[in-house]
Ligand binder design. Structure first.
Ligand SMILES: C[S@@+](CC[C@H](N)C(=O)[O-])C[C@H]1O[C@@H](n2cnc3c(N)ncnc32)[C@H](O)[C@@H]1O
Length: 269
């Protein structure tokens, strides 16, 4: 199972759903009674569901450390998305955010969601191949695109799933109601947060890139190309740090997420 740190999830979800929740409308949160957030991590989506719904929200994840953080927001249960510890029809909405992209067989999880839901199933999944970066450091967009391409080639799950989650819904016998796009835009500008300063320092020493080395080398990138990329990456990181010292650094990143909502067929409701 792919693992994530609490700080990674908090950083990458920063501001998500704060600007607009329109893409969540088809989840009918206003009339839900019992919602399950599968692969809830630190509960970044769970707390949005909890704020928008009068119903009970339960988080579920296989990672006990992340669940400890989610527990501060909603009740949680440890469990595997492929074999959920709940009875058939126990919820009227089962939803996940950025879970299916991390599973070798997303369809297996969606079928399990359909088993424990008596009404709606939803997935909020990014297309990580379509991320856009705009930075005041000229090389940043190009190098991040190169690193992303190498990662996408080497990774063994479909991290560009996005709107294609609807295929898994179809295969699970769900009636797909709608897919809506939500662009999560994260900006870095002065005054810089502690997290932004840390991210810049990590770029300057190449540690963020090093975390993905194995995955990149599993694709078509060879070790010499990786070393070249890492050298250029660290140089770019030092430029970021320099610009931050002059309060001149600006960056915006747009990650397109797709909200797919399906309903159990009439005959099984
Ligand atoms: C990218 S994180 C997303 C977390 C959260 N939904 C969010 O959007 O911030 C993926 C989450 O799925 C969990 N996960 C991965 N495989 C799982 C599985 N088979 N069963 C349950 N949780 C799983 C991970 O522990 C992690 O918390």
């Amino acid at each position: 199972m792919r693992t994530f740190s609490e700080s990674y999830l908090e950083r990458t979800r920063e501001g998500m759903w704060d600007d607009s929740r329109e893409a969540l409308e088809p989840l009918s949160l206003g009339d839900r009674e019992r919602i399950l957030d599968v692969g809830c991590g630190t509960g970044e989506l769970s707390r949005v569901l909890d704020a928008e719904s009068p119903g009970e929200v339960l988080g579920c994840d296989a990672d006990p450390e992340l669940l400890a953080a989610a527990r501060e927001h909603v009740p949680v249960v440890a469990g595997d998305a492929l074999s959920l510890p709940f009875a058939d029809d126990a919820f009227d909405l089962v939803v996940c955010q950025a879970l299916l992209i991390n599973l070798p067989d997303p369809g297996e999880a969606v079928a399990e969601f359909a088993r424990v839901s008596r009404d709606l199933v939803a997935a909020v999944e990014p297309n990580n191949a379509a991320v856009e970066v705009d930075s005041s450091v000229e090389s940043e967009d190009r190098l991040e695109r190169r690193a992303r391409e190498a990662y996408l080639e080497g990774v063994d799950t479909d991290v560009a799933l996005g709107a294609d989650a609807a295929d898994a819904f179809d295969a699970a016998g769900l009636e797909v109601l709608e897919t809506r796009r939500y662009d999560h835009v994260r900006t870095v500008e002065p005054p810089y947060s502690e997290a932004a300063l840390l991210a810049a320092r990590r770029k300057a020493v190449g540690s963020g890139l090093a975390d993905d080395r194995e995955t990149m080398l599993a694709g078509s990138m060879d070790p010499a190309e990786y070393d070249d990329l890492r050298g250029a990456w660290r140089e770019m990181g030092r430029d970021v740090v320099d610009q931050m010292e002059e309060r001149a650094y600006r960056r915006s990143e747009t990650v397109p997420f797709f909200v797919t909502v399906g309903r159990l067929p009439e005959s099984t409701r």
